[in-house]
Write a protein that binds this ligand. Structure first.
Ligand SMILES: O=C(O)CCC(=O)C(=O)O
Ligand SMILES: [Fe+2]
Length: 331
């Protein structure tokens, strides 16, 4: 494995030059699938509060946290309960997390609206709701630049219904500082790609995030994988493309495998997963396909059609078999 240091581009969400910004986004999403986002509207004070509140929650006794254990993809997940790379032979990822989802534009913990108790963690809920709302807002503004980056109208994703009551999942993460003295490598988060549209990640500045990239070797046919360490830059969000966006763009944009290695230093991060409204139809974007690059994924209606044809085929075979049986019995 080789280690390369590529400088990820820094995208300014308030840039007065949307065309050149969109060009930089396109380059980053085609090459790496990661970039930094600055001037996103989430202030330093709020970041500090979220980190502080997150630390307070994770330092509660385990039995307190387990009262909020994850249901309907929302709530608390203890250490080693998840393994993002299911092919890994390790015991589980060395992280604990807390998921806050959204429902009709509001942030919620679970269907029961199950937040940590006010008396234990006062202002926890309002801090998280504020952060959830602001990151969602930044993500939706970013989507317009992504549309430009894909040679689409700025409001394409809005018109497609993606931004009307979108799904925003905030995952608070805590990676312990002590390394287990086991023989196995323990990952903070084992290798995975994010499943959705976009992820906006903030960290406390402690390293450990790595992306798996393909590098050109000495000659053009020599392509090799290497890992790239992604460090935090001030309060910039680290943005990455998820699997759904990769499909939507016919694999033009890359959903890159990444992982978090334990460094021996305690680490906190907040990953915000932005997905379109569940009713939004995701089909190959026109600007991402051509005769030389046809859609790689079957759209739903094509799939349904092929099932119908397949079913009709089977039915015809059955009818023919019955007829021949009928003929035979007549002879
Ligand atoms: O904590 C991090 O830096 C990354 C977390 C991550 O990749 C994820 O939760 O999907
Ligand atoms: Fe991830």
């Amino acid at each position: 494995m080789m280690r390369e240091s590529i400088q990820l581009p820094i995208i300014d969400l308030t840039s007065p030059h949307p065309i050149s910004t969109a060009r930089a986004i396109r380059q980053a999403c085609v090459d790496v699938g990661f970039f930094y986002l600055i001037n996103h509207g989430v202030g330093e004070k709020l970041f500090k509060e979220v980190l502080e509140q997150s630390k307070k929650f994770f330092s509660l006794p385990l039995e307190e946290k387990m009262k909020l254990v994850r249901r309907n993809h929302r709530g608390y997940t203890p250490l080693y309960a998840e393994k993002l790379d299911t092919s890994s032979t390790t015991q589980g990822d060395s992280k604990e997390s807390f998921y806050i989802g959204s429902l009709e534009g509001k942030s919620v913990v679970s269907n029961l609206n199950q937040w940590p108790a006010e008396e234990t963690l006062p202002s926890w809920r309002s801090t998280m709701e504020d952060y959830h709302r602001r990151v969602l807002d930044a993500g939706i503004r970013l989507i317009s630049l992504i549309a430009l980056a894909l040679d689409l109208d700025e409001d394409f994703f809005h018109k497609a219904g993606a931004c009307h009551s979108p799904n925003g999942f905030l995952r608070l993460l805590h990676y312990p500082g002590e390394l287990q003295l086991s023989e196995q490598v323990v990952y903070g988060a084992s290798a995975h790609s994010d499943y959705g549209m976009l992820t906006l990640l903030a960290t406390d500045g402690v390293g450990g995030l790595q992306a798996r990239l393909m590098f050109a070797g000495r000659n053009s046919t020599d392509l090799r994988y290497g890992k790239m360490c992604i460090t935090s830059v001030g309060r910039a969000f680290i943005v990455n493309i998820g699997d759904m966006m990769e499909r939507w763009t016919n694999c033009l944009f890359r959903s890159t495998l990444h992982r978090v290695m334990l460094t021996g230093q305690e680490r906190y991060s907040m990953a915000f997963f932005l997905d379109p409204n569940p009713d939004c139809v995701v089909e190959c974007l026109k600007s991402c396909c051509s005769d030389s690059s046809p859609p790689r994924y079957l759209q739903n209606f094509v799939l349904v059609l092929s099932w119908i044809l397949h079913f009709e085929n089977m039915l015809m075979t059955l009818v023919k078999a019955l007829i021949s049986l009928f003929n035979i019995s007549w002879c």
